[in-house]
Design a protein around this ligand. Sequence first.
Ligand SMILES: Cc1cc2nc3c(=O)[nH]c(=O)nc-3n(C[C@H](O)[C@H](O)[C@H](O)COP(=O)(O)OP(=O)(O)OC[C@H]3O[C@@H](n4cnc5c(N)ncnc54)[C@H](O)[C@@H]3O)c2cc1C
Length: 301
Amino acid sequence: MIFDRALNAAPDRFQVIQLSRYTTWEIGGPTASVVVNTPEELAETVKFLSENSLPWVILGRGSNTLAPTEGWHGVVVLLKGELAEFSFNGSLLTAGGGAHLPSMSGAACSQGLAGLVFAVGIPGTVGGAIFMNAGAYGSSISELVKEVRVLHPGGSIEYLTAEDCGFGYRSSRFQKDDSIVLGVMLGLSDKAVSSGGLRGEAREILRLRRRKFPLHAPNAGSVFRRPDNGSPPGKLIEDCGLKGYRLGGAMVSPVHANFIENTGGATSSDVMRLIELVIHRVRQASGITLKREIRKLGERI
Ligand SMILES: Cc1cc2nc3c(=O)[nH]c(=O)nc-3n(C[C@H](O)[C@H](O)[C@H](O)COP(=O)(O)OP(=O)(O)OC[C@H]3O[C@@H](n4cnc5c(N)ncnc54)[C@H](O)[C@@H]3O)c2cc1C
Protein backbone atom coordinates (compact mmCIF):
# COMPACT_ATOMS: atom_id res chain seq x y z
CA MET A 1 0.00 0.00 0.00
CA ILE A 2 1.15 3.53 -0.72
CA PHE A 3 0.24 4.52 2.79
CA ASP A 4 2.94 2.14 4.03
CA ARG A 5 5.36 4.16 1.91
CA ALA A 6 4.11 7.37 3.53
CA LEU A 7 4.45 5.90 6.99
CA ASN A 8 7.92 4.58 6.22
CA ALA A 9 9.00 7.90 4.70
CA ALA A 10 8.03 9.90 7.80
CA PRO A 11 6.66 7.74 10.62
CA ASP A 12 6.34 10.69 13.04
CA ARG A 13 4.34 12.75 10.65
CA PHE A 14 1.67 10.39 9.30
CA GLN A 15 -1.03 8.42 11.08
CA VAL A 16 -3.36 5.70 9.89
CA ILE A 17 -7.02 6.69 10.25
CA GLN A 18 -10.30 4.96 9.38
CA LEU A 19 -12.10 7.07 6.79
CA SER A 20 -15.48 5.92 8.16
CA ARG A 21 -14.78 8.20 11.12
CA TYR A 22 -14.03 11.18 8.87
CA THR A 23 -16.99 11.06 6.46
CA THR A 24 -20.66 11.73 7.20
CA TRP A 25 -21.64 8.56 5.32
CA GLU A 26 -19.49 6.71 7.87
CA ILE A 27 -18.00 4.64 5.06
CA GLY A 28 -14.31 4.14 4.30
CA GLY A 29 -11.33 2.04 5.30
CA PRO A 30 -7.78 2.91 6.34
CA THR A 31 -5.60 5.62 4.89
CA ALA A 32 -2.52 7.56 5.90
CA SER A 33 -3.31 11.05 7.14
CA VAL A 34 -1.56 14.18 8.29
CA VAL A 35 -2.82 17.11 10.34
CA VAL A 36 -1.50 20.54 9.38
CA ASN A 37 -2.03 23.64 11.51
CA THR A 38 -0.44 26.52 9.60
CA PRO A 39 -0.02 27.58 5.95
CA GLU A 40 3.74 26.97 6.28
CA GLU A 41 3.22 23.42 7.57
CA LEU A 42 0.75 22.78 4.76
CA ALA A 43 3.13 24.07 2.07
CA GLU A 44 5.99 22.01 3.45
CA THR A 45 3.81 18.87 3.72
CA VAL A 46 2.47 19.13 0.17
CA LYS A 47 6.04 19.65 -1.10
CA PHE A 48 7.17 16.53 0.79
CA LEU A 49 4.25 14.47 -0.56
CA SER A 50 4.84 15.61 -4.15
CA GLU A 51 8.60 15.00 -3.95
CA ASN A 52 7.92 11.47 -2.70
CA SER A 53 5.25 10.84 -5.38
CA LEU A 54 2.64 10.21 -2.69
CA PRO A 55 -0.94 10.95 -3.83
CA TRP A 56 -2.72 13.33 -1.45
CA VAL A 57 -6.07 14.97 -1.02
CA ILE A 58 -7.54 17.59 1.30
CA LEU A 59 -10.45 16.26 3.34
CA GLY A 60 -12.78 18.70 5.06
CA ARG A 61 -15.63 17.23 7.10
CA GLY A 62 -16.19 14.51 4.52
CA SER A 63 -19.80 15.59 4.08
CA ASN A 64 -19.74 15.34 0.30
CA THR A 65 -17.34 12.44 0.01
CA LEU A 66 -17.61 8.72 -0.67
CA ALA A 67 -14.46 7.01 0.61
CA PRO A 68 -13.52 3.47 -0.46
CA THR A 69 -14.31 0.70 2.02
CA GLU A 70 -11.03 -0.99 1.09
CA GLY A 71 -9.12 2.15 2.12
CA TRP A 72 -7.41 4.91 0.18
CA HIS A 73 -3.96 4.56 -1.33
CA GLY A 74 -2.65 8.06 -0.56
CA VAL A 75 -2.41 10.61 2.23
CA VAL A 76 -5.41 12.56 3.49
CA VAL A 77 -4.50 16.08 4.61
CA LEU A 78 -6.60 17.59 7.42
CA LEU A 79 -6.62 21.37 8.00
CA LYS A 80 -6.72 22.22 11.72
CA GLY A 81 -5.35 24.85 14.16
CA GLU A 82 -4.92 28.27 12.54
CA LEU A 83 -6.25 26.82 9.29
CA ALA A 84 -9.62 26.09 10.92
CA GLU A 85 -10.15 29.43 12.70
CA PHE A 86 -12.37 32.33 11.77
CA SER A 87 -12.79 35.95 12.89
CA PHE A 88 -14.82 39.06 12.11
CA ASN A 89 -13.66 42.51 11.17
CA GLY A 90 -16.79 44.61 10.83
CA SER A 91 -18.92 42.84 8.26
CA LEU A 92 -15.95 40.90 6.83
CA LEU A 93 -15.60 37.28 7.91
CA THR A 94 -12.13 35.80 7.47
CA ALA A 95 -11.71 32.03 7.82
CA GLY A 96 -9.18 29.28 7.28
CA GLY A 97 -10.12 26.60 4.74
CA GLY A 98 -10.75 24.07 7.52
CA ALA A 99 -13.22 26.28 9.43
CA HIS A 100 -16.59 24.69 10.25
CA LEU A 101 -19.27 26.32 8.08
CA PRO A 102 -22.27 25.91 10.44
CA SER A 103 -20.22 27.46 13.30
CA MET A 104 -19.33 30.40 11.04
CA SER A 105 -22.96 30.78 10.06
CA GLY A 106 -24.13 30.66 13.69
CA ALA A 107 -21.50 33.18 14.79
CA ALA A 108 -22.43 35.54 11.94
CA CYS A 109 -26.09 35.42 13.05
CA SER A 110 -25.09 36.18 16.65
CA GLN A 111 -23.08 39.18 15.41
CA GLY A 112 -26.15 40.46 13.50
CA LEU A 113 -24.43 39.86 10.17
CA ALA A 114 -26.67 38.59 7.37
CA GLY A 115 -25.79 36.55 4.30
CA LEU A 116 -24.52 33.22 5.65
CA VAL A 117 -27.65 31.98 7.40
CA PHE A 118 -28.43 29.65 4.45
CA ALA A 119 -25.32 27.62 5.39
CA VAL A 120 -26.31 26.85 8.98
CA GLY A 121 -27.23 23.25 8.10
CA ILE A 122 -24.43 22.53 5.60
CA PRO A 123 -22.12 20.35 7.70
CA GLY A 124 -18.79 20.96 5.97
CA THR A 125 -15.76 23.22 6.05
CA VAL A 126 -15.63 26.54 4.25
CA GLY A 127 -12.86 25.10 2.00
CA GLY A 128 -15.20 22.27 0.98
CA ALA A 129 -17.98 24.81 0.44
CA ILE A 130 -15.79 26.93 -1.86
CA PHE A 131 -14.68 23.80 -3.74
CA MET A 132 -18.34 22.76 -4.23
CA ASN A 133 -19.84 26.26 -4.34
CA ALA A 134 -22.22 24.98 -1.69
CA GLY A 135 -25.61 26.59 -1.43
CA ALA A 136 -29.18 26.33 -0.29
CA TYR A 137 -32.45 28.27 -0.50
CA GLY A 138 -31.36 30.18 -3.61
CA SER A 139 -28.05 31.41 -2.12
CA SER A 140 -24.55 30.06 -2.55
CA ILE A 141 -21.20 30.77 -0.94
CA SER A 142 -19.79 32.29 -4.16
CA GLU A 143 -22.09 35.33 -3.74
CA LEU A 144 -20.28 36.29 -0.52
CA VAL A 145 -16.69 35.79 -1.67
CA LYS A 146 -14.45 38.85 -1.51
CA GLU A 147 -11.23 36.87 -1.72
CA VAL A 148 -9.99 33.27 -1.69
CA ARG A 149 -6.42 32.59 -0.61
CA VAL A 150 -5.02 29.61 -2.44
CA LEU A 151 -1.90 27.49 -2.06
CA HIS A 152 -0.67 25.98 -5.30
CA PRO A 153 1.07 22.60 -4.97
CA GLY A 154 4.33 24.23 -6.14
CA GLY A 155 4.26 26.37 -2.98
CA SER A 156 3.09 29.74 -4.35
CA ILE A 157 0.18 31.59 -2.73
CA GLU A 158 -2.38 33.45 -4.80
CA TYR A 159 -5.27 35.74 -3.88
CA LEU A 160 -8.31 35.15 -6.08
CA THR A 161 -11.45 37.19 -6.60
CA ALA A 162 -14.84 35.47 -6.89
CA GLU A 163 -14.56 35.85 -10.65
CA ASP A 164 -11.17 34.08 -10.71
CA CYS A 165 -12.72 31.09 -8.89
CA GLY A 166 -14.84 30.11 -11.90
CA PHE A 167 -17.91 29.42 -9.78
CA GLY A 168 -20.94 27.72 -11.31
CA TYR A 169 -23.77 25.62 -9.92
CA ARG A 170 -22.03 23.35 -7.35
CA SER A 171 -18.76 23.87 -9.22
CA SER A 172 -15.55 25.89 -9.08
CA ARG A 173 -12.12 25.86 -10.71
CA PHE A 174 -10.80 23.98 -7.64
CA GLN A 175 -12.52 20.83 -8.91
CA LYS A 176 -10.17 20.85 -11.90
CA ASP A 177 -6.79 21.57 -10.33
CA ASP A 178 -4.76 20.71 -7.25
CA SER A 179 -4.87 24.10 -5.56
CA ILE A 180 -5.84 24.26 -1.90
CA VAL A 181 -8.23 26.75 -0.35
CA LEU A 182 -6.09 28.15 2.47
CA GLY A 183 -8.64 30.71 3.51
CA VAL A 184 -11.48 32.97 2.47
CA MET A 185 -12.77 36.45 3.12
CA LEU A 186 -16.56 36.73 2.95
CA GLY A 187 -18.50 39.97 2.82
CA LEU A 188 -21.61 39.89 5.03
CA SER A 189 -24.23 42.56 5.59
CA ASP A 190 -24.77 44.46 8.84
CA LYS A 191 -27.81 46.30 7.52
CA ALA A 192 -30.52 43.66 7.44
CA VAL A 193 -32.05 42.49 10.70
CA SER A 194 -31.30 41.99 14.40
CA SER A 195 -29.17 39.11 15.65
CA GLY A 196 -32.34 37.72 17.29
CA GLY A 197 -34.08 37.74 13.90
CA LEU A 198 -31.15 36.01 12.23
CA ARG A 199 -30.90 33.39 14.97
CA GLY A 200 -34.63 32.74 14.60
CA GLU A 201 -34.18 32.30 10.85
CA ALA A 202 -31.33 29.84 11.47
CA ARG A 203 -33.45 27.84 13.93
CA GLU A 204 -36.29 27.72 11.40
CA ILE A 205 -33.92 26.48 8.65
CA LEU A 206 -32.62 23.73 10.95
CA ARG A 207 -36.18 22.75 11.89
CA LEU A 208 -37.20 22.49 8.22
CA ARG A 209 -34.09 20.47 7.36
CA ARG A 210 -34.73 18.02 10.20
CA ARG A 211 -38.21 17.48 8.80
CA LYS A 212 -37.23 17.24 5.11
CA PHE A 213 -33.92 15.36 5.24
CA PRO A 214 -33.00 11.96 6.74
CA LEU A 215 -30.68 13.41 9.37
CA HIS A 216 -31.19 10.36 11.61
CA ALA A 217 -29.00 8.20 9.32
CA PRO A 218 -25.45 8.64 7.98
CA ASN A 219 -25.67 10.37 4.57
CA ALA A 220 -23.82 12.87 2.39
CA GLY A 221 -26.58 15.31 1.52
CA SER A 222 -27.90 15.49 -2.04
CA VAL A 223 -26.38 12.71 -4.10
CA PHE A 224 -27.31 14.17 -7.51
CA ARG A 225 -27.13 17.65 -8.97
CA ARG A 226 -30.22 19.36 -10.27
CA PRO A 227 -30.34 18.68 -14.04
CA ASP A 228 -30.25 21.58 -16.54
CA ASN A 229 -34.04 21.51 -17.02
CA GLY A 230 -34.46 22.19 -13.29
CA SER A 231 -36.35 18.98 -12.39
CA PRO A 232 -35.66 18.11 -8.75
CA PRO A 233 -33.65 14.83 -8.70
CA GLY A 234 -35.61 13.63 -5.66
CA LYS A 235 -38.88 13.82 -7.63
CA LEU A 236 -37.38 12.05 -10.68
CA ILE A 237 -36.10 9.23 -8.44
CA GLU A 238 -39.36 8.97 -6.50
CA ASP A 239 -41.32 8.80 -9.79
CA CYS A 240 -39.31 5.64 -10.64
CA GLY A 241 -40.57 4.01 -7.44
CA LEU A 242 -37.09 3.91 -5.94
CA LYS A 243 -37.81 5.52 -2.57
CA GLY A 244 -36.71 3.01 0.06
CA TYR A 245 -34.89 0.81 -2.51
CA ARG A 246 -31.94 -1.02 -0.91
CA LEU A 247 -28.70 -2.45 -2.23
CA GLY A 248 -26.63 -4.05 0.52
CA GLY A 249 -26.46 -1.52 3.35
CA ALA A 250 -27.29 1.46 1.11
CA MET A 251 -30.86 2.70 0.72
CA VAL A 252 -32.54 5.46 -1.30
CA SER A 253 -33.92 7.47 1.59
CA PRO A 254 -37.66 6.98 2.20
CA VAL A 255 -37.61 10.56 3.57
CA HIS A 256 -35.97 12.31 0.58
CA ALA A 257 -35.12 10.31 -2.54
CA ASN A 258 -32.05 12.43 -3.42
CA PHE A 259 -30.34 11.14 -0.28
CA ILE A 260 -28.76 7.72 0.16
CA GLU A 261 -28.72 6.43 3.72
CA ASN A 262 -26.14 4.10 5.17
CA THR A 263 -28.52 1.77 7.02
CA GLY A 264 -25.55 0.12 8.77
CA GLY A 265 -22.53 -1.56 7.23
CA ALA A 266 -22.99 -0.04 3.74
CA THR A 267 -19.85 -0.30 1.60
CA SER A 268 -18.67 2.24 -0.95
CA SER A 269 -19.51 -0.31 -3.63
CA ASP A 270 -23.11 -0.65 -2.30
CA VAL A 271 -23.47 3.12 -2.64
CA MET A 272 -21.91 3.28 -6.12
CA ARG A 273 -24.04 0.38 -7.40
CA LEU A 274 -27.14 2.09 -6.05
CA ILE A 275 -26.12 5.39 -7.67
CA GLU A 276 -25.64 3.63 -11.02
CA LEU A 277 -28.98 1.87 -10.72
CA VAL A 278 -30.73 5.19 -9.97
CA ILE A 279 -29.05 6.87 -12.96
CA HIS A 280 -30.11 3.99 -15.21
CA ARG A 281 -33.74 3.90 -14.03
CA VAL A 282 -34.20 7.68 -14.19
CA ARG A 283 -32.72 7.76 -17.70
CA GLN A 284 -35.06 4.98 -18.82
CA ALA A 285 -38.10 6.71 -17.34
CA SER A 286 -37.41 10.35 -18.22
CA GLY A 287 -34.52 10.50 -20.69
CA ILE A 288 -32.61 12.63 -18.12
CA THR A 289 -29.11 11.56 -17.12
CA LEU A 290 -28.53 12.50 -13.49
CA LYS A 291 -25.02 13.62 -12.54
CA ARG A 292 -23.45 13.04 -9.17
CA GLU A 293 -22.99 15.91 -6.74
CA ILE A 294 -21.14 13.71 -4.25
CA ARG A 295 -17.52 12.95 -4.99
CA LYS A 296 -15.37 9.88 -4.64
CA LEU A 297 -12.35 10.61 -2.43
CA GLY A 298 -9.53 12.03 -4.53
CA GLU A 299 -11.50 12.19 -7.77
CA ARG A 300 -10.91 15.00 -10.28
CA ILE A 301 -13.36 16.03 -12.96
C1 LIG B 1 -26.91 16.37 5.96
C2 LIG B 1 -26.21 17.09 4.83
C3 LIG B 1 -26.79 18.19 4.27
C4 LIG B 1 -26.16 18.88 3.21
N1 LIG B 1 -26.76 19.98 2.69
C5 LIG B 1 -26.16 20.66 1.70
C6 LIG B 1 -26.77 21.83 1.14
O1 LIG B 1 -27.84 22.28 1.56
N2 LIG B 1 -26.12 22.46 0.14
C7 LIG B 1 -24.91 22.04 -0.33
O2 LIG B 1 -24.36 22.67 -1.25
N3 LIG B 1 -24.31 20.92 0.17
C8 LIG B 1 -24.90 20.24 1.17
N4 LIG B 1 -24.30 19.12 1.69
C9 LIG B 1 -23.03 18.62 1.10
C10 LIG B 1 -21.75 19.13 1.81
O3 LIG B 1 -21.99 19.46 3.16
C11 LIG B 1 -21.15 20.33 1.08
O4 LIG B 1 -20.78 20.00 -0.24
C12 LIG B 1 -19.89 20.86 1.83
O5 LIG B 1 -19.53 22.08 1.28
C13 LIG B 1 -18.70 19.90 1.75
O6 LIG B 1 -17.72 20.35 2.68
P1 LIG B 1 -16.69 19.30 3.35
O7 LIG B 1 -15.70 20.08 4.13
O8 LIG B 1 -17.44 18.26 4.10
O9 LIG B 1 -16.05 18.70 2.04
P2 LIG B 1 -15.43 17.24 1.86
O10 LIG B 1 -16.52 16.25 1.63
O11 LIG B 1 -14.46 16.95 2.95
O12 LIG B 1 -14.66 17.47 0.50
C14 LIG B 1 -15.38 17.73 -0.68
C15 LIG B 1 -14.36 18.10 -1.78
O13 LIG B 1 -13.77 19.36 -1.45
C16 LIG B 1 -12.35 19.26 -1.44
N5 LIG B 1 -11.85 20.17 -0.41
C17 LIG B 1 -12.24 20.24 0.88
N6 LIG B 1 -11.57 21.23 1.50
C18 LIG B 1 -10.74 21.78 0.59
C19 LIG B 1 -9.79 22.85 0.63
N7 LIG B 1 -9.54 23.55 1.75
N8 LIG B 1 -9.11 23.15 -0.51
C20 LIG B 1 -9.35 22.45 -1.66
N9 LIG B 1 -10.24 21.43 -1.74
C21 LIG B 1 -10.92 21.11 -0.63
C22 LIG B 1 -12.07 17.80 -1.11
O14 LIG B 1 -10.79 17.41 -1.59
C23 LIG B 1 -13.20 17.10 -1.85
O15 LIG B 1 -12.89 16.90 -3.21
C24 LIG B 1 -24.91 18.43 2.75
C25 LIG B 1 -24.32 17.30 3.33
C26 LIG B 1 -24.95 16.64 4.37
C27 LIG B 1 -24.29 15.44 5.00
